[in-house]
Design a protein around this ligand. Structure first.
Ligand code: TRP
Length: 320
């Protein structure tokens, strides 16, 4: 049976030059930072997949359980003959729950910055859903982006799970929601969001005992060594990820353990002892604060599904 696999859109959109530029620019700033989108090369995507299976990382299993429990209601909200557009698609595991519940899903457009990883997982999904028109896009969804025209579907529905929205500052998150609303062209958006909660639970989720999150954070440096021939000593940097309960976000850093200089793409970058590189934030929202933000971005917040422990929420947003 033929799979409608349009892999022509799979040109890698984040070539090494852009990583080099982003890295050198970020490390040249005071305070230093590395944009979090560079986490996700093939290695980083695999490490993130391992994070999702950690006992401390409650987010993934809670969201998956919510999707399963409410798949029927979600399918009704999305409606028949839809094309699903997934932002930051990762391992393509969660969408299977939607696809299995939906009435005649027509197409699937997974967007992910990691082209090599996307190509691999799309092959697996396409084999299981041979009638689904696949339009994978290896792209940075934070940049303006043209979706392929609808084919066979009557409308689009966006899918943005994993609390990825929390990895953007509230202003940037709102701007992105607006752009997604335009891209979806009247279609709704299903968003998974991590909730504000006990700081200890949040702290554990980003500081796992097995050190997978630390390895994921340090993969930025490992990637620079692999792709740019940089000279980072991974043992000379520490993963530090405290939850700030007033700004309601986990702040991720790589902290230089000593005074050192590292060559990155021909540039010499100096680190003071104890100097931190900011690598990511993970903002947490209450159900109310998230609904308010999406309304300001022009959506009409409708149903919300949450677990009994109020760890995680899935929001269904309609377009005005
Ligand atoms: N969207 C995920 C989150 O904020 C991303 C993430 C989880 C992450 N663990 C991480 C990013 C560790 C960097 C480091 O929960």
């Amino acid at each position: 049976m033929s799979t409608h696999l349009a892999d022509t859109c799979l040109a890698p959109s984040a070539p090494p030059e852009s990583f080099a530029r982003g890295l050198i620019e970020g490390l040249g700033q005071t305070p230093k930072e590395i944009p979090c989108k560079y986490f996700y090369d093939q290695e980083g995507s695999a490490l993130f997949d391992a994070i999702c299976a950690l006992p401390e990382y409650y987010q993934t299993r809670t969201e998956v359980a919510l999707l399963r429990r409410h798949a029927g209601e979600i399918a009704t909200a999305i409606g028949p003959d839809a094309e699903i557009v997934e932002f930051g698609a990762g391992a393509l595991r969660k969408v299977r729950i939607l696809l299995d519940a939906l009435d005649a899903p027509r197409g699937y457009t997974p967007i992910d910055i990691s082209g090599a990883y996307l190509r691999e997982v799309v092959r697996l999904l396409a084999a299981d859903y041979p009638a689904l028109a696949m339009h994978p896009l290896a792209a940075d969804f934070t940049l303006p982006l043209q979706l392929p025209p609808l084919s066979g579907a009557t409308h689009r529905a966006g899918f943005f799970p994993g609390s990825t929205i929390g990895n953007f500052r509230p202003n940037a998150a709102m701007a992105m929601l607006r752009r997604m609303r335009e891209m979806l062209n009247g279609g709704g958006l299903l968003v998974g969001v991590d909730l504000v909660k006990d700081p200890q639970i949040l702290h554990a989720a980003y500081n796992d005992a097995a050190g997978v999150t630390a390895a994921f954070n340090k993969n930025l440096l490992a990637r620079a060594n692999r792709e740019l021939g940089a000279g980072f000593d991974l043992d000379a940097f520490a993963h530090y990820a405290p939850y700030n309960p007033q700004s309601q976000r986990v702040e991720m850093y790589l902290v230089s353990q000593k005074r050192q200089s590292v060559t990155v793409g021909g540039q010499c970058i100096s680190f003071a002892a104890g100097e931190a590189v900011h690598t990511e934030d993970s903002h947490k929202y209450t159900i109310e604060s998230f609904r308010e933000m999406t309304a300001r971005a022009g959506f009409l917040p409708r149903a919300v599904w949450t677990d009994a422990d109020r760890l995680f929420a899935i929001h269904w947003l309609e377009s005005r």
